[in-house]
Design a protein around this ligand. Structure first.
Ligand code: SIN
Length: 358
């Protein structure tokens, strides 16, 4: 073989072999937790189905385009419907993702998850993880064998996003129905439609088309410095949970005629904080107000949030809510997570309010 031919061949090998072997592709780990994306129905057109039936390998096999976009590995963390998600599983998930990035095992992570509590898991991960690598949650509204199943395309989009350099440094995101959402902002707004999520105040972060993300804006602010956890700190959280020393925070819904019965029951049981899902701009009944006073007297922190989808509850410097913390733009369910985690490090209303203000 002439030198010229050899050089051409060698150059071709240098550029094509790594691609053929997959070494040039980003490495994405899919961590599966269950949900409808892993669900199966007895009929492709019926409405009832069982969530959390398929394993991560089956999910990967249903989205064949993903292996062209990334070198994929699958990991089954649990297989549950997401109404059964727990703080313990969140901590395990956080530890797994932390060690995947810390040990340079992958470039990005996709978490498959039920849509019911996906916003909570995403927010928890956003608070505790301190890496720039993309973490993308996705799920489905239709089970895997339904007519028009949305899981495969959502998984494809999530893998493409997790593999994409533009997804770095944007915090934890979710992908659903071609939209990209920020963890702190999105919520589930439909019980059955595949377009199930929305970010009521800010809109989606972007869209994904043909596997290519298009971002409309930068990420929302993050809380890295205050609440990020390394592996040891995540283990400490896990130990606290096991020893029942983890902050206990519950949510109380306000409505016309709401009484303080549930607040008093919680106080009797021992509680570290409550979040009020108030009406309007975080308002509540006279009875709840007296219950809140009893909480504050007993050192239980109270966060004032709203059951209204948009607008949040803003901090009023002229008229601070006497001893209560204001949730800002966070929904009650996300305010609960932030309060729980913040209480592992801070213990004054002022410190906690500062974290919520960010
Ligand atoms: C679940 O959240 O596990 C069930 C509902 C869904 O995934 O859409």
């Amino acid at each position: 073989m002439s030198l010229k031919k050899y050089l051409i061949l060698a150059t071709l090998c240098i550029w094509t072999l790594p691609a053929l072997c997959g070494v040039q592709k980003p490495r994405v780990t899919i961590v599966a937790t269950g949900g409808t994306i892993a669900g199966t129905a007895s009929s492709a057109t019926g409405t009832s189905y069982d969530p959390a039936q398929l394993t991560v390998d089956a999910l990967m096999a249903q989205a064949p385009g993903i292996s062209a976009r990334a070198t994929i590995t699958g990991l089954q963390l649990c297989n549950i419907a997401s109404q059964h998600m727990t703080t313990q599983i969140w901590i395990r998930l956080g530890s797994v993702i932390d060690s995947l990035f810390k040990n340079d095992i992958c470039d990005g992570v996709v978490v498959t998850h039920g849509t019911d509590t996906m916003e909570e898991t995403a927010f928890f991960l956003d608070l505790v993880l301190g890496h720039d690598n993309p973490v993308v949650l996705t799920g489905a509204m239709r089970p895997a064998n339904a007519l028009g199943a949305d899981g495969p395309v959502n998984l494809f989009n999530a893998v493409c996003l997790a593999a994409h350099p533009a997804a770095r440094n944007r915090g934890v995101m979710a992908v659903m129905n071609d939209y990209i959402y920020a963890a702190a902002e999105f919520t589930k707004v439909h019980t059955v439609n595949p377009d199930a999520f929305a970010s009521p105040d800010r809109g989606p972060l972007g869209v994904i088309r043909g596997g290519n993300p298009h971002f409309f804006r930068g990420p929302a602010g993050r809380l890295r410095t205050q609440l990020t956890c390394n592996t040891k700190e995540l283990q400490e959280l896990s130990d606290k949970l096991r020893d029942k020393a983890f902050p206990r925070v519950e949510i109380i819904l306000s409505y016309a005629g709401a009484t303080a019965g549930l607040i008093d029951a919680l106080l009797k049981n021992g509680m570290d904080g409550i979040v009020i899902a108030g009406v309007g701009h975080g308002n509540y009944s006279q009875e709840i107000e007296t219950g809140i006073q009893r909480c504050l007297e007993q050192g239980v922190f109270v966060v004032r949030a709203t059951r209204v989808l948009a607008g949040g509850v803003t901090f009023d410097v002229e008229k601070p809510f006497d001893g209560q913390i204001v949730s800002g733009m966070l929904s009650p369910q996300k305010a609960r997570i932030l309060l729980m985690l913040a209480l592992t490090r801070f213990n004054t209303t002022e410190q906690l309010q500062k974290i919520f203000n960010r």
